[in-house]
Design a binder for this molecule. Structure first.
Ligand SMILES: Cc1ncc(C[n+]2csc(CCOP(=O)(O)OP(=O)(O)O)c2C)c(N)n1
Ligand code: SF4
Length: 305
């Protein structure tokens, strides 16, 4: 079977395997996220040349070495600008970004805000372990208020960043949250986000079993519930914002019944033009297809000699 004769090859999650040792700690939530991504890509039937994944810097970013796809490991906090470049050169590619809470909502927060308001066609997967994993456990922008870490020995002073609220405020057209302990649900959300036209956020609570001893699998499991099972329709931005806002004020010591965490699709809006749709330079097709003739740039170079 081949795409040339009109059929598509069957793709399985194992097609994305790389046979090299993974260096995440045993039990890290990143493993489930990797499995869910492979399952989502296989279910979508995307051939490897049809998409690319850009990773940030952090434990999550090591995923670039653990999945057989066109993967890029961007500078710290710069996964989105790198992905935006790819998306503009080849709008036919499906672009996925995987970034950590420190990488994406700290150093990369400016890029996050502007990518959302552009509605650039990118699926953004946040590895939100509420801690800096790679640099051994400092507080991150999403660490809960009061949390004691090596960088905040008397407790985090400020309220955490609200990635879903920021995305909604900036006009995001797909906003969702997943829990790494539920691979089936997470796979479905990844598929929905990758299929969505426009900026799609899936913020994933991904336990760091080594440096975050508070927001553990057990801690999340006692609190998460699914919006699809709670008679919730993701079509009202104000309601979605209220829901996103309710989670920010959770304190780690709050009992499970007082700190319910919704997962699923908070908000979805179809049919909004993407950034790529409006870029005049793309009106005649992808840039890479038009750059066929070698160009003489010696004159330009001479100007800088
Ligand atoms: C410009 C710059 N500043 C700081 C660092 C150090 N650094 C590397 S990863 C990281 C935090 C990663 O945290 P997060 O994004 O939450 O990823 P995780 O490791 O938890 O997956 C930091 C501060 C760096 N590599 N580059
Ligand atoms: S330090 Fe935390 S985020 Fe990094 S691999 Fe270990 S468990 Fe995962």
């Amino acid at each position: 079977m081949s795409e040339r004769d009109g059929t598509r090859p069957t793709i399985t999650p194992n097609d994305f395997d790389i046979f090299r040792p993974l260096n995440w700690c045993p039990g890290c939530g990143n493993y489930q996220m990797l499995s869910a991504m492979k399952a989502a890509l296989a279910d979508l039937g995307l051939a490897q040349h049809e998409f690319a994944i850009v990773f940030g810097i952090g434990q999550h970013g090591n995923g670039a070495d653990f999945i057989k796809v066109q993967a890029f490991h961007a500078l710290h906090g710069r996964a989105l600008p790198t992905a935006t470049g790819l998306a503009l050169v080849n709008p036919d590619l499906r672009i996925i970004v995987q970034s950590g809470d420190g990488d994406g909502y700290g150093l990369g927060m400016g890029h996050f805000v502007h990518s959302v308001r552009r509605n650039i066609d990118i699926a953004y997967i946040g590895h939100n372990n509420q801690i800096y994993g790679l640099t051994t456990g400092q507080a991150s922008p999403t660490s809960n208020q009061g949390m004691k870490t090596p960088s905040t020995p008397s407790g985090v002073l400020e309220e955490p960043v609200n990635p879903l609220g920021v995305a909604l405020a900036e006009g995001a057209t797909f906003v969702a949250r997943a829990f790494a302990g539920d691979v089936g649900h997470m796979t479905w959300l990844f598929k929905e986000a990758i299929s969505h036209r426009g900026f799609a956020l899936v913020d994933v609570f991904q336990p760091c079993v080594t440096f975050n001893k508070i927001n553990t699998f057990k801690w999340y499991r006692e609190r998460v519930y699914k919006l699809e099972e709670a008679d919730y329709e993701p079509d009202d931005r104000t309601r979605a914002f209220e829901l996103a806002e309710s989670i920010v004020h959770i304190h780690n010591e709050d009992p499970p019944e007082a700190s319910r965490i919704p997962t699923g699709i908070f908000y979805r809006q179809e049919g909004v033009p993407t950034y790529q749709d409006g870029v005049p330079q793309l009106a005649d097709g992808p840039l890479w297809k038009r750059a066929r003739e070698p160009r003489d740039v010696t004159g330009v170079l001479r100007a800088f000699a």
